[in-house]
Ligand binder design. Structure first.
Ligand code: UVW
Length: 331
């Protein structure tokens, strides 16, 4: 376990505050230039579209924490309204509840279904906005922590990143394959910066400025077979923050809950999720979590190509500190 003074040394070294201006709200997404977007598009050779989004459903991974639940999906208009309720429902119900719908359905063949969902924005495949995590009363770029209010984030909300897509060159680093793990990385052995370098070398791929690094730990594949969202797994060692900084990475995503290894024994004395603290708050680097990387890993292993065009725009929920996303990799 590292000391708090080591944590502070690293945080000071990688802090990007002021680097792109005092009012910057994009952080390391600034590494994604128009040239980078064009380069990413040039990686499309086969027209293969690989979805990286998990399901948003009652069978999702939430439940391990009481403050996050799985989505509740409710139909607000459906075929039953047309065939049963509107025709046979008691008059008071037709007037009170289905009045609106019965007006639509009267004397014409047009029918429709509608629905709504209630869920935490972190329910499944998501981006953490850089306002998601902070410490000592400051968000990225020195914005005050109390600028995130019950009305939402006045700074660094997820809607601010729309100007970057988010799209760039994606690079998969497949730790599962590199370690020869059966399915996923068991707790207790976080991925170090040296291992990330070894994996990139073994895969014949180099990380460049503006890349979005996508880390395959196998956790989501494991979850799909067990349905156990509370099962612990491993992830990046917190010192990978410096590796991401040194490579001018635009964002990092993984197929697990936290990107980083959550075991306090591998972290920093006296705190929790130190990589979140440094990356989001000091570097302004977003985390993608719960991405489904099984098909992408299989495709990359088959053709030996670990780079692709990544397209991953979050839902533009104004003032949100994270948002669902259905990313796609195109090769
Ligand atoms: C927290 O850091 C609390 O959550 P997440 O892993 O979703 O970023």
């Amino acid at each position: 376990m590292a000391s708090m003074s080591e944590f502070r040394r690293v945080a000071d070294e990688v802090r990007n505050w002021g680097r792109w201006g005092d009012d910057d709200e994009l952080g390391t997404l600034n590494f994604i230039t128009p040239e980078k977007v064009a380069e990413a598009a040039s990686l499309v050779k086969r027209g293969a579209v690989i979805p990286l989004g998990g399901d948003f459903s009652a069978g999702g991974p939430q439940g391990a924490f009481k403050f996050r639940q799985n989505p509740t999906h409710v139909m607000t208009v459906d075929g039953g309204d047309a065939s049963t309720l509107v025709q046979y429902g008691p008059e008071w119900l037709r007037n009170a509840v289905a009045g609106d719908v019965s007006a639509f359905f009267a004397d014409n063949p047009f029918r429709f279904n509608d629905d709504m969902v209630v869920m935490p924005l972190q329910a499944a495949t998501q981006w953490d906005a850089i306002s998601h995590v902070y410490y000592e009363d400051k968000l990225y770029n020195g914005f005050p922590a109390d600028s995130v209010t019950s009305f939402g984030a006045f700074h660094l909300g997820i809607e601010k990143v729309d100007v970057k897509g988010i799209t760039s060159r994606g690079v998969l680093l497949d730790v599962v394959k590199h370690r020869g793990a059966e399915v996923f990385l068991e707790p207790g052995n976080p991925v170090t910066p040296a291992e990330l370098d070894d994996i990139a070398r073994a895969q014949g791929v180099a990380i460049a400025a503006g890349d979005i690094v996508v880390v395959h730990t196998g956790w989501w594949t494991r979850f799909l077979s067990t349905g156990d969202g509370a099962e612990p797994g491993s992830g990046l060692d917190w010192t990978c923050a410096s590796w991401l900084h040194d490579h001018d990475v635009a964002a990092v995503a993984a197929d697990n809950l936290m990107v980083e290894d959550p075991d306090p024994a591998n972290g920093v004395e006296g705190t929790f999720l130190p990589m979140h603290m440094i990356c989001l708050r000091d570097m302004g680097l977003m985390f993608g979590e719960y991405w489904d990387l099984g098909a992408l890993a299989a495709d990359c292993a088959a053709d030996g190509v670990y780079e692709f065009q990544l397209i991953a725009p979050p839902l533009k929920v104004v003032g949100a500190v994270g948002a669902p996303v259905s990313p796609i990799a195109i090769k």
